[in-house]
Design a protein around this ligand. Structure first.
Ligand code: NAD
Length: 259
């Protein structure tokens, strides 16, 4: 009898769709999956960014196509899924990563507008991506859905309630669908990054980042996008077949630090 069964630790040949893949963690995730032999569908609301990342991948002999996709636009989502159906006939991994961060105090005049936009991109966008791609994902031998939440998904920063509410919602969505889709062998997991160096955090002055990291993060630094990408990849491996409904924090230990 062999020591282990033959659960695959490779993502090679899998078809992987990443939203918001033109920058930051999405871009790093696209590169990592490509380096590991996956066929990557690079989508972003910003076509130039998606083009650039796709070219980076194909220039280094990876396999990638790019599609312009605003996750708050249901028609574009359906069109994207149709294109994947006709190009690949399958989807193995859906990575719901696209995001915006629009800080807003509860009493600002345009709060409702910011609320609607934030929820439509961060939460409803993930729901609609899952709903549209489900039939295609059902065809996979190792179907995986990974939703990107945040440490804001279980904590809170003042003045960002739409973002915080949406990210809490992503955890609820993940857990609920993990229970609903588990019987089909589809795993649904979620990652909660802490502070990561990307475009989203680029306007925070470096000295603020340093002070924040020193006080709050046991590893004393911001994370790199690829450090989150590795966590996403792990959840997508065929061998990760019993990880379902997990909320994986990737924050250098920030959320467990008390003093
Ligand atoms: P980023 O700004 O570098 O990348 C986000 C990408 O999403 C951009 O390319 C942008 O064009 C795209 N995007 C924005 N709106 C979109 C839409 N409607 N449809 C499709 N694409 C859209 O940011 P990032 O830090 O890499 O963020 C990735 C995810 O990680 C987001 O969900 C974010 O909320 C989450 N997150 C970020 C941090 C952080 O510290 N950077 C921490 C926790 C969670």
């Amino acid at each position: 009898m062999s020591k282990l069964s033959n659960l695959s630790r490779s993502i090679k040949g899998k078809v992987v769709l990443i939203t918001g893949a033109g920058s930051g963690m999405g871009r790093a995730t696209a590169h990592l999956f490509s380096d590991e032999g996956a066929k990557v569908i690079v989508t972003d609301i910003n076509k130039d960014r998606a083009d650039r990342v796709t070219k980076e991948i194909t220039d280094s002999k990876g396999e990638a196509i790019n599609l312009e996709l605003d996750v708050s636009n249901k028609q574009q989502i359906d069109k994207t899924i149709e294109e994947i159906q006709s190009t690949y006939g399958a989807l193995d991994c859906l990575i719901n990563n696209a995001g915006i961060s629009l800080p807003s105090k509860i009493d600002v005049e345009n709060y409702s507008e910011i609320w609607d936009k934030t929820i439509s991109v961060l939460l409803k966008g993930q729901v609609e991506m899952i709903r549209s791609s489900l039939d295609l994902i059902r065809e996979s031998e190792s179907p995986r859905i990974v939703n990107i939440s945040s440490t804001e998904g279980f904590g809170a920063t003042p003045g960002a309630s739409p973002y915080t509410a949406a990210k809490h919602g992503v955890i609820g969505l993940t857990r609920s669908l993990a229970t609903e889709l588990g019987k089909e062998g589809i795993t649904v997991n979620c990652i909660c990054p802490g502070p990561i160096t990307t475009d989203m955090t680029s306007e925070i002055p470096e000295d603020h980042k340093e002070i924040y990291s020193r006080r709050r993060v046991p590893l004393k630094r911001y994370g790199d996008p690829e450090e989150v990408a590795h966590a996403t990849l792990s959840l997508c491996l065929p061998a990760s077949s019993f990880i379902n409904g997990a909320v994986l924090t990737v924050d250098g230990g920030m959320s467990i630090k008390r003093a």
